[in-house]
Design a binder for this molecule. Structure first.
Ligand code: DX5
Ligand code: ZN
Length: 226
């Protein structure tokens, strides 16, 4: 039996004129969670979505909502996203905040905290916080836009994180985000990722076929690492 890998389609690549239908399509296709990319035009040079959008799609499904905050002041948005109904809230270690305080605020709001590392940020920067998070997200593109090329130079960091999490017996899941498609999914699965985020690899067309192909490619590779 292949190890089960979770797939988190990023709705940033969905068609916004029929976002609700695209959410339902992804859920029917077996999405394990939905990834919600939040950008503030300051931490990254792009603007996307906020709590009101989350609130409006929340009633469509029970699948967990995984919000990735690419914002300068994540501490200011914890309450808003918690009330909108997200299940996980991941914040960048590079943002302008007291990471420990923000992670605690997320936990206190009844949401699972996660920590994100940009491609250039070493794994060591996450280590002091790993016992306080449910999720470690390793970026394989510079955040800001969907559809960028996967950065293979980050793969050793994924392996390093996997080894550390296993060695320490941590409960934290390892998520990878950026440029994940059928050809790169096996690389990150083999390196030890538990959750694969994919935007342009799944949306907007042939959602079910894309998701199935991605899962099969990832699970075959994760089996090889056992
Ligand atoms: C990048 C976002 C990613 C992105 C993924 O800033 O955090 O989640 O939308 O899109 P693809 O899979 O197209 O790289
Ligand atoms: Zn993301």
């Amino acid at each position: 039996m292949a190890r089960r890998i979770k797939i988190a389609p990023s709705i940033l690549s969905a068609r916004f004129d029929r976002l609700g239908d695209q959410v339902i399509e992804a859920v029917k296709a077996g999405a394990d969670m939905l990834h919600i990319d939040v950008m503030d035009g300051h931490f990254v040079p792009n603007l996307t979505m906020g709590p009101s959008l989350v609130k409006s799609i929340r009633p469509l499904t029970k699948v967990p909502f995984d919000a990735h905050l690419m914002v300068t002041h994540p501490q200011n948005f914890v309450k808003g996203f918690a009330e909108a109904g997200v299940d996980d809230l991941t914040v960048h270690v590079e943002s302008d905040h007291d990471v420990r305080v923000t992670l605690k605020a997320i936990r206190n709001a009844g949401v699972k905290p996660g920590l994100v590392l940009n491609p250039a940020t070493p794994f060591a920067d996450a280590v002091p916080f790993l016992r306080d998070v449910d999720l470690l997200l390793v970026m394989t593109v510079q955040p800001g836009f969907a559809g960028q090329a996967f950065r293979r130079d980050v793969v050793p960091k994924i392996r390093e994180a996997r080894a550390y999490i296993d060695m320490e017996g941590l409960a934290c899941e390892l998520q990878v985000d950026g440029g994940i498609k059928v050809d790169t999914a096996p690389v990150v699965a083999e390196a030890g990722a538990d959750i694969l985020v994919s935007g342009s690899g799944i949306f907007p067309d042939r959602v079910a076929e894309n998701l199935k192909a991605l899962r099969e490619a990832a699970e075959a590779a994760s089996e090889r690492r056992r």
